[in-house]
Design a protein around this ligand. Structure first.
Ligand SMILES: NC(=O)c1ccc[n+]([C@@H]2O[C@H](COP(=O)([O-])OP(=O)(O)OC[C@H]3O[C@@H](n4cnc5c(N)ncnc54)[C@H](OP(=O)(O)O)[C@@H]3O)[C@@H](O)[C@H]2O)c1
Length: 310
């Protein structure tokens, strides 16, 4: 099968397409025919070993010293069950699934074997019927991040919610999830993305590149930092002062992303009901992986970037 190999830690051109052996499923595994993958922040961290200096040694010990121990990287997949081992209960051949591969990586390939149960090696669920495979990759990654961290807010109808970094993979889903929960949503993004945030249902938009301070008198019940601790601005530094006394501030970097198929199920239900529509910024061909990584590395994707595998 065709796969994208990370030949060493480094810039996007360390990624190369190679022919490798097709994996054979064990009795407790499915073999997935991957139709789409994605280029996420997590893929960039792994490819470039772009982790903070304090965690560089543990990262390299865990992932590989000079290159990833698992050469086929890729965290997100959407595809079809091609075959199922005899101990598989949740899936059958032909099922359209989406999920994350966790520490087992391997989504940048035509096929991948995975267990049907959740573990650090990944999680899988039936994908929303009304999505393309490319859209499903955005729903899986952005959805898992947005839902995990927004569930911490116990958001109630009518509450004021601010999404910081509303134009990214997580932010675009977070706006829609907050609206589904009945919140009044303020989306923070750059001027170029204000219309996108509005089209996703935001009630108010703030351009973080033009405003340094949060509005006096506006108090939020819940603030989600949807872009993580490395991306900041004068506005972001101020917004913690705009919480109600019981308000909560949560960053998507506060704890590890959980690989949770029950949450994928919940995302599927809301997507199929039309409450959430994933935003695909660009879709690249498998052969364009270097170009796709270069684009995502610029840090300004709107929604997610998908890779067409077949
Ligand atoms: N907890 C975990 O285990 C875990 C796992 C995976 C990822 N993460 C976190 O999730 C982050 C990636 O999330 P994502 O893929 O959803 O985001 P993303 O799609 O990479 O975010 C891109 C968006 O960020 C916006 N942006 C860039 N700089 C900004 C700034 N200073 N202030 C506000 N917005 C800014 C850009 O909009 P403009 O072009 O308008 O600036 C762009 O639309 C990672 O960087 C990591 O921190 C955490």
């Amino acid at each position: 099968m065709k796969a994208i190999i990370c030949t060493r830690y480094g810039p996007p051109d360390v990624l190369q397409i190679r022919e490798i052996e097709n994996p054979a499923p064990r009795e407790n595994e499915v073999r997935i025919k991957i139709h789409a993958s994605a280029v996420t922040a997590s893929d960039l961290y792994i490819r470039g070993s772009q982790v903070p200096f304090r965690v560089l040694i543990p990262f390299r010990l865990m992932m590989g010293i000079t290159k990833p121990r698992r050469p086929v990287i890729g965290l997100v997949l959407a595809g079809e069950i091609e075959s199922a081992g005899k101990n598989i209960n949740r899936f059958k051949p032909g099922d359209r699934i989406y999920g994350l591969t966790g520490f087992s990586l391997g989504a940048y390939a035509e096929f991948k074997c995975m267990k049907e149960t959740d573990s650090k090696q990944g999680c899988l669920s039936m994908m929303p019927e009304n999505l393309s495979f490319e859209e499903a990759t955005v729903a899986a990654y952005g959805g898992l991040l947005a839902f995990q961290f927004m569930e911490k807010g116990n958001i109630q109808p009518g509450q004021k919610v601010l999404i910081y970094g509303a134009s990214g993979t997580t932010g675009t889903i977070a706006i829609q999830f907050a609206k589904f929960l009945g919140a009044k949503v303020t989306a923070v993004c750059s001027s170029e993305n204000l219309e996108l945030a509005k089209s996703l249902g935001a009630d108010e938009m703030i351009d973080y590149t033009r405003v340094d301070h949060s509005e006096p008198g506006v108090n939020y019940d819940f603030i989600l930092d949807a872009v993580g601790k490395n991306k900041t601005s004068g506005f972001k530094k101020e917004i913690k002062n705009s919480l109600t006394p019981e308000g909560k501030y949560v960053s998507i970097d506060d704890e590890p992303l959980l690989l949770d198929s029950a949450r994928l199920e919940k995302i599927r239900v809301l997507v199929e009901a039309g409450h959430i529509k994933p935003v695909v910024d660009r879709c690249y061909q498998f052969e364009e992986i270097v170009k796709a990584h270069r684009y995502v590395e610029k840090g300004h994707k709107k929604g997610g970037v998908a890779i067409k595998v077949l």
